[in-house]
Design a protein around this ligand. Structure first.
Ligand code: ATP
Length: 759
């Protein structure tokens, strides 16, 4: 064995001791949690009072959660070590651990003390002498990577045990699994800046394909929840992604990072009760996404606040009751002037009209009881003079009584409903988009043909911001909700009290593992056992503590209005690449997108290194980017991949064989077939797997492939994709981590000319 090998073996042995000790601490923590869980349940059969039951439920759920968190960090518990100039060594891992004496033995990657591990560079090492990556297979140390910043300060022994291969490259070479994994062990400095950027205000992360925008955004969510627990555990974090495929792709990253206070949703899912998947045709998407639609929805609401053409006449019990047209109009104007949402202002309109109807009824009664009806005219006049001066013929009480009585008549209700209906957003928007007349009135300046669709048609993604807009303008009768909120506050106060007692009794408080407020929030509050995430997802008006929008370039102006409503504090992370915009309603610049809400008050970080796509593939993709806009520059690939991208002239019937060949080339990895919208269905019919992310072969449109990656990508019908847009072709080609094949039927598009030589 060479001296060097000796050194490495020795280093691995030393690190193994440490790692074994750390797993020992992890096991001990698990045992404690299990024991606590057993104690909770074994603490004596039936619990007499409500407080006892809540206490037990809270404690049990917390221990169960803790156990699952401890299991979640089993893989790669400790992945890093830093040594500084003072001779202090720190180990970094997925969670923090302490020894029996309460000394820290492992630092959580999100803690400030872990930061040097991520930011030290050879140029700016800070106080670090060395950074080491530990590679584990289960609980065994199988490899180490060292980066030395100050060789002089290292001991002879340490110098001998230096290990070379960069951890990042090893991570990037791994085959893809169909799900995004966490990268806590290899976060790069520029990404760390994004992850740990402050909570306040809006941060824009612009970066080309594969620059780690999504991983950085998700790690940022985990970091913010760690560093700003008080604010965010109660309010939660919302992550908005481009489609359900993408959310499935990333859903495992956050639990692996140890967080459960996060809601993940597409734009089509942001309106509770509606789940829209289908996109509108591009031209319709542009109109629906146009910010002028806010005015259209407002006009549609106003159009539902009517006055009758002539007088309002309702026949009740054979008696026609009448309110003059002008009177109706002035009541409507007053109801509008209060500036309440439609359904709340409706009360005012209805109450006033009922009073007018009641007045008409009582006046009629008064008239029918007039003396002239019973006596000759002179006698009646004489009697009238002798009677005391007339009082008001009926009292306010009479009026109120009659108004209420009238409300019980279905014909009265129906007539008033006609004038100012109680509306749900679904009804307003559904009836608007299916009626040429309503559209003509509410959307005079827009291309209404594109908006029109049959009644009862399923909701599209573009409809959802319209529903949200409508909900804002319609409002709901929130008296019941306010009462429920008051009750929930009371219950929360009680839950907080119980939670504190539980924390003291289980010793969790002492170990600072959990704070009472978070515990009460999760298990108390409204007593429904829901997490913050559950409650937030079900509540349209929930104000999140932070919102992350991925592939943000795809959002239309109307979608932005909806997202901004979800985060009144405007604490946002906006992640995307304006060069990849696919949606016709999406934006071409960040300013265009955000300035209406933030008026320039946003900061930008740029990610410039592509960790996904090797140099060879980026070279040909760069030509396509140039066609998108000659001013745009692709990110720089961090590695060379070997295989040159191929252009193959072949028919659709040959695609299956090509895919099979690719499977042979990549072994364990996965193949993504990205086809033009025109041929997607035909290609999907030829291959098994469809859009199942876990299948070895996945067939997608460009839109569905957004944000995903595959070891080998087969692009089918590049001309068709180019006809969709050059941006789409750029997106499709940059999904590859190792190999790229472009399959064309007749002529290879000129922009891919460089691939010709590979024929
Ligand atoms: N620091 C890192 N360590 C290891 N892998 C990384 C790192 N940063 C990025 N990656 C990997 O690079 C790939 C691309 O990352 P990601 O999907 O976040 O990029 P993106 O910028 O969102 O791309 P796109 O714009 O195409 O959606 C992923 O496989 C990710 O795990």
């Amino acid at each position: 064995m060479s001296i060097r090998q000796d050194g490495v073996t020795e280093a691995i042995r030393t690190e193994q001791e440490r790692v074994t000790m750390l797993y020992g601490r992890l096991d001990a923590a698990r045992r404690r949690a299990e024991q606590a869980l057993r104690e909770v349940f074994g603490s004596g059969g039936a619990v007499a009072n409500v407080q006892g039951r809540v206490e037990r439920e809270v404690a049990a759920a917390e221990q169960a959660r803790r156990l699952s968190r401890l299991s979640g960090v089993e893989r790669g518990l400790c992945f890093g070590r830093i040594d500084d100039q003072e001779g202090v060594t720190t180990y970094i891992g997925r969670i923090g651990l302490r020894d029996e004496e309460h000394e820290s033995v492992l630092i959580d990657w999100r803690a400030a003390a872990a930061r040097p591990f991520y930011v030290a560079t050879p140029g700016e090492p800070g106080a670090l002498v060395r950074r080491r990556h530990l590679h584990l297979k289960e609980r065994t140390v199988v490899g180490l990577d060292d980066e030395v910043f100050d060789l002089e300060r290292m001991s002879d022994g340490d110098r001998r045990t230096l290990v070379g291969e960069a951890a990042l490259m090893a991570a990037l070479r791994r085959g893809r699994t169909g799900r995004m994994g966490d990268v806590v062990a290899t976060i790069q400095t520029e990404q760390d800046r994004v992850i740990r950027s402050g909570l306040q205000g809006a941060l824009v992360v612009q970066g080309g394909p594969g620059t780690g925008k999504t991983v950085a955004a998700l790690h940022r969510a985990a970091y913010l929840l760690y560093a700003h627990r008080d604010t965010l555990e109660r309010r939660g974090v919302l992550v908005v992604g481009p489609n359900s495929m993408f959310l499935r792709y990333i859903e495992q990253v956050l639990p692996a990072l140890g967080e459960t206070q996060v809601v993940m949703a597409t734009v089509g899912e942001l309106f509770p009760g509606v789940r829209a998947e289908a996109a509108d045709p591009p031209a319709a998407a542009v109109v629906k996404g146009d910010v002028r639609m806010a005015g259209v929805v407002a006009a549609a609401v106003r159009d539902r606040q009517r006055v009758p053409d002539g007088d309002l006449v309702i026949e009740v019990d054979g008696t026609p009751l009448r309110v003059a047209h002008d009177r109706c109009a002035s009541i409507r104007d007053r109801a509008r002037a209060v500036r309440l949402p439609h359904n709340m202002a409706r009360k005012l309109m209805v109450t006033e009209l009922l009073r007018e109807l009641a007045r008409d009824l009582l006046d009629g009664l008064e008239e029918s009881l007039a003396l002239e009806n019973f006596l000759p005219a002179e006698d009646a006049a004489a009697l009238e003079r002798e009677l005391p001066a007339a009082q008001e013929p009926y009292t306010e009480q009479d009026l109120a009584y009659e108004a209420e009585r009238l409300w019980s008549f279905p014909e009265v209700r129906a007539a008033l409903e006609e004038l100012w209906p109680n509306l749900t957003p679904q009804r307003l928007i559904g009836e608007l988009l299916s009626s040429p007349q309503r559209l003509a009135s509410a959307a005079p300046g827009l291309d209404r043909e594109l908006l029109l669709r049959p009644a009862g048609a399923p909701w599209t993604v573009g409809d959802v911001p319209l529903l949200d807009e409508a909900a804002e303008l319609l409002g709901e009768d929130d008296a019941a909700a306010r009462a429920a909120a008051r009750q929930a506050e009371l219950e929360r106060a009680e839950a907080l009290l119980y939670a504190r007692e539980v924390l003291v009794s289980t010793g969790l408080e002492e170990r600072e593992l959990m704070d009472a407020s978070a515990l009460a929030d999760r298990h108390g509050g409204d007593g429904d056992g829901l997490t913050t995430a559950d409650r937030a997802a079900a509540d349209r008006t929930w104000a999140y503590g932070h919102v992350i929008v991925d592939e943000a370039q795809e959002l239309s102006p109307m979608a932005w209005r909806m997202v901004m409503r979800r985060v009144p504090a405007l604490s946002l992370t906006v992640v995307g690449d304006v060069a990849q915009t696919g949606s016709a309603a999406g934006a071409r610049s960040w300013g265009e997108m955000l300035d209406p809400y933030l008026a320039g008050r946003w900061r930008e970080e740029r990610l410039l290194v592509n960790y996904r796509t090797p140099v060879e593939i980026m070279e040909v993709a760069a030509d396509v980017l140039h066609a998108v806009d000659p001013a745009l520059r692709p990110p720089e690939s961090v590695r060379r991949g070997g295989a040159r991208p191929l252009a193959v002239r072949a028919g659709l019937d040959e695609v299956a064989a090509l895919v099979e060949r690719e499977r042979g080339e990549i072994g364990e990895g996965r193949v993504g077939v990205v086809a033009s919208d025109a041929v997607h269905a035909a290609v999907a019919a030829l291959l098994p797997g469809g859009d199942d992310l876990d299948a070895p072969v996945v067939v997608l449109t460009v839109t569905r492939s957004k944000g995903l990656e595959f070891d080998s990508v087969v692009v089918v019908d590049p001309a068709g994709i180019l006809a969709q847009s050059a941006r789409d072709l750029y997106v499709a080609m940059t999904r590859a981590t190792r190999r790229l094949t472009v399959v064309y039927e007749d002529v290879l598009p000129e922009v891919l000319g460089r691939m010709k030589s590979t024929l």
